[in-house]
Ligand binder design. Structure first.
Ligand SMILES: *Cc1c(COP(=O)(O)O)cnc(C)c1O
Length: 347
């Protein structure tokens, strides 16, 4: 079979959730962020596994994602939508029982007019300047919003993956000032914020990337493994070239394997020069350019027989290693994982 195999370890996922849960005290609720189809891993399976592990509150980016999750999880969990309540979202929010995190006066008015009595939360901007009500706006709206009983007030840290960054303490102070004494559950921290320590935990945490095995949760267990089938091998002699643009030239008699996957499957071209495919413990360098559907690999040093597949993602070469190789972040590697992979879930 020439389809690459993506294996998603749901046990590792839930063990990461439990570890992040135990990083905060028992009075803090640990939610789970499953936006972008569970960071590319499949929201249905990921959501069910996390719910079975004990997650009761989930976060998605947009209502359509919330509907998919609601279908998978049934009526019980609270599903919070970061984008809030946009024009055209009302039916979906009502039908799927979603809790929009309202980001502006427009959204607040839209929500209470269209769906009076329907649950909502509020997102505040504490300095990131991306989503949420500004301090001045919140001052003006606070009493109106509180009278409608929001279920959660949240904000988001801009620099939480840099523990020493002064922005963290600044945003914490801003958030405290905006939420003190309101008697509504508060949430400030994603994965990075959880690791900053208890003062950042508030009432509810919102880990995403750490669940899926990514930085900055260094102790995470890797969740994804990716194995690429070898379609063909060939011998090349010194001076022969491999791939588009003739960028790689054989310096010695070499064996080249061609595997089935490429940049159309989320394997960014930029990672080629530093990336290996693994046959067991043996690291075989990618040579030449990564094509849309194919990658060429130097397997000359494989002493044993040529295996059926080579591994791109494993315990050694993690999503963060690939991200470094491509000059990006683990989030982008995960969410770019292609639709063509044959996905299997292990529990
Ligand atoms: C994506 C996101 C999260 C999760 O962040 P991670 O860094 O993946 O843990 C939490 N809150 C908000 C508002 C987000 O957009």
């Amino acid at each position: 079979m020439s389809t690459a195999r993506l294996t998603i370890d749901l046990d590792a996922l839930t063990s990461n959730w439990r570890m992040l849960d135990s990083a905060s005290s028992e009075t803090v609720e640990t939610g789970a962020v499953v936006k972008a189809n569970g960071y590319g891993l499949g929201v249905e399976r990921v959501g069910k596994a996390l719910a079975a592990a004990g997650a009761r509150r989930f976060f998605v980016a947009v209502p359509e994602e919330g509907l998919a999750l609601r279908r998978a999880l049934g009526p019980a969990p609270e599903i919070n939508v970061f984008a809030g309540h946009m024009p055209g979202d009302t039916d979906l929010i009502a039908q799927a029982g979603l809790t929009p995190m309202l980001n502006s006066i427009d959204q607040l008015l839209r929500h209470v007019e269209a769906l009076p009595g329907h649950a909502f939360g509020v997102q505040l901007d504490s300095g990131m300047n991306r989503l949420g009500m500004e301090p001045g706006e919140w001052d003006a709206l606070r009493d109106i919003a509180l009278a409608q009983n929001p279920t959660l007030i949240m904000s988001h840290l801009a620099c939480a993956d840099e523990p020493g960054h002064p922005m963290n303490a600044h945003q914490l102070a801003m958030f405290r000032e905006m939420t003190q004494g309101l008697g509504v559950p508060c949430s400030l921290s994603a994965t990075g914020g959880i690791l900053l320590g208890p003062e950042y935990h508030c009432d509810v945490t919102r880990p995403g990337i750490g669940l899926y095995g990514g930085f900055p949760f260094e102790e995470a267990t890797p969740v994804v493994h990716l194995d690429l089938p070898i379609i063909q091998t060939r011998d090349v002699i010194p001076g022969e070239t491999v791939g588009y643009g003739n960028t790689w030239v054989a310096q010695r008699p070499s064996v080249i394997a061609t595997v089935a996957a490429g940049y159309a499957d989320g394997i960014h071209r930029a990672m080629a020069p530093n990336t290996y495919l693994y046959a067991g413990n043996v690291a075989c360098p990618v040579v030449g350019r990564i094509s849309m559907d194919l990658i060429t690999v130097d397997i000359t040093d494989l002493a044993e027989e040529v295996p059926e597949t080579l591994s791109l993602l494993n315990e050694v070469q993690t999503v963060d290693v690939l991200a470094d190789n491509a000059g990006t972040i683990g989030y982008e590697i995960l969410t770019a994982l292609g639709n063509r992979y044959k996905r299997s879930y292990v529990e």
